[in-house]
Design a protein around this ligand. Sequence first.
Ligand SMILES: [Zn+2]
Length: 88
Amino acid sequence: MSVPLDGNAIAGALGELFAVDVSVARLECGGCGMEGVVAEVVVYIDAPGVVARCRACDNVLFRLVRAPDRAWLDLRGVAYLRLRTTST
Ligand SMILES: [Zn+2]
């Protein structure tokens, strides 16, 4: 049986794709509307890829699959992902 982790478990993998700390990014679940931060999602890392689910409704928020030279990030379960950027 797969043991879920929290969103901090995927901070490194997502950090390779985004040049910001994604674990503190805010998101809204496309299933139930819950708002929170990536670090609070429920993460399964022993699937064929990484699967992140909503802590409130179990909706699949996003999937991440890696190959040596590319990554597939499916964010269809997220209504929005708000990333902090540096001010200009
Ligand atoms: Zn939800």
